[in-house]
Design a protein around this ligand. Structure first.
Ligand code: PLP
Length: 458
């Protein structure tokens, strides 16, 4: 290992922004089985998907080509904040008194405050190219909605966001941010869609969920000619766009003569995880490189660690195609933990397949342990992490402490997916001792899993 590097951060030139995204489908021995149509139970046809996605993104969803060129128009907007810095968390290492090196890639420098803008821009671009005029989507904590609002603005599209009602009420600043970028924001469930009305008829007081908001957005996109749907995670093309993170990180680590022993990222729908991890997983798949890869999720929404690998819908009402993935059941309502971006019932089919095949691992943590790690990090490194990102920090700290116990000089890399400046109410709760650890009710989970669609050989 090169000991000469005494610095704290590794920067790249603007010209070193990757020119291509990395498609892991090229290197996987087993691909996930195809998405199934909710109408027929058969593999979805391009026609069906074409009602809500543009051709450019559909092609990326299916292709096994290894390198996909980043359109110059997208790369040019990436230049506003990319390449993002790679840091060595030296002060955190000292506090932990670990022989391990802790490195992190920081995506919170994006105008949206998280990694999500990487794909939002690409999606806006391909929709614009296809003549679409409006994008519609859902958002939980508001991270994805803000990213799509900015991206829509950059490419001259209108943007409508269905925001989970409980977040709409609890996080007014995220809503105002989206509106500042010109988006129209609704508290979901609304009475303006069939899906929303169905939910409200059953429960007029419904606080909403990501699954319900997706149902509303997909319904609007499917019924309007000029409107398409945009998803912030889960799908193959979304993970593809996020690989700019890992490709940059790999180059940055090469510059200081390092290669990680462990790559860690929080995992909601899996795009942040796939984004940093896949360019490294490539070496594991094609060169048999020894590498531990950890997806970190909330104990209250433990999709990989306690979910089932099965076909399930992406939304609550059952309008989306069924994906083969780890799932807690499409009508699973996660406890309202503060890491809103990790409260999704399913997981990316690519991440699910790699987990199923034992290529990657996963850990789940309760939220108090996560906030504790987030504050330890903030006080050491100066950056207040998003609660979602703090899950990765928790795992990185634990791996560094395990390395200390075993006297191992591991190189740890994690993705700091976003900053926590819009999550101060959550930090206040933690600081005032009001934050509780939600546990998942085993009986309720069993009930949701029993309601999985009966397809794919079940
Ligand atoms: C959305 C979000 C995540 C989770 O992202 P996925 O790609 O869905 O796994 C993690 N961190 C931050 C800051 C987020 O906004």
């Amino acid at each position: 290992m090169n000991e000469r590097f005494q610095g704290t951060k590794v920067l790249l030139e603007e010209s070193e922004i990757p020119t291509h995204w990395y498609n892991i489908q090229a290197d996987m021995a087993t691909l996930p089985p195809p998405p199934l149509s909710p109408a027929t139970g058969q593999p979805v046809t391009p026609d069906e998907l074409g009602r809500i996605f543009p051709p450019g993104l559909l092609a990326q969803e299916m292709t096994r080509e290894r390198w996909i060129e980043i359109p110059p128009e997208v790369r040019q907007v990436y230049q506003l904040w990319r390449p993002t810095p790679l840091y060595r968390a030296r002060r955190l290492e000292q506090i932990l008194d670990t022989p391990a090196e802790i490195w992190f890639k920081y995506e919170g420098v994006s105008p949206a405050g998280s990694h999500k803008l990487n794909t939002a821009l690409a999606q806006a671009y391909y929709n614009k190219e296809a003549g679409v005029r409006r994008l519609v989507t859902e958002t939980g904590a508001g991270q994805w909605g803000s990213a799509l609002a900015i991206a829509s603005q950059m490419f001259g599209l209108s943007c409508t966001v269905y925001m989970v009602k409980v977040s709409y009420q609890q996080k007014p600043y995220r809503r105002i941010l989206m509106e500042s970028y010109g988006a129209q924001v609704f508290a979901s469930p609304t009475d303006t869609t069939q899906a929303g009305r169905t939910v409200l008829a059953k429960d007029p007081e419904s606080q909403g969920s990501l699954g319900i908001a997706i149902s509303e957005a997909v319904e609007v996109a499917a019924t309007r000619q000029d409107t398409n749907y945009a998803l912030g995670s889960v799908l193959n093309h979304v993970l593809l766009h996020q690989t700019v993170i890992g490709l940059e990180a790999k180059r940055q680590m090469e510059k200081v003569d390092r290669y990680p022993d462990v790559v860690i990222a929080s995992c909601g729908g899996g795009s942040n995880f796939g984004g940093i991890a896949f360019p490294f997983v490539a070496d594991k798949l094609t060169q048999g490189r020894k590498l531990e890869v950890l997806a970190v999720e909330p104990a209250a929404c433990p999709t990989l660690t306690r979910g089932r690998w099965a076909y399930d819908y992406g939304d609550t009402v059952g309008l989306t195609p069924m994906l083969q993935m780890y799932t807690l059941g499409h009508d699973f309502m996660p406890p309202s933990i503060h890491a809103g971006g990790l409260r999704y019932h399913g997981d990316s089919p690519l991440v699910s397949q790699l987990y199923h095949d034992g290529v990657i691992g996963a850990r789940a943590y309760p939220q108090r342990a996560v906030f504790e790690a987030g504050l330890t990090f903030a006080r050491a490194e100066g950056i207040l992490p998003a609660p979602e990102s703090a899950h990765a920090i928790r795992a990185a700290i634990d791996v560094a402490l395990e390395a200390k116990a075993q006297g191992q000089r591991k190189v740890i890399l994690f993705n700091l997916s976003g900053h926590g400046h819009f999550d101060l109410a959550a930090y206040a709760e933690f600081l005032e001792g009001r934050l509780a650890d939600d546990t998942l009710d085993e009986a309720a989970l069993a009930q949701h899993l029993a309601a999985l669609p009966n397809v794919g050989g079940r």
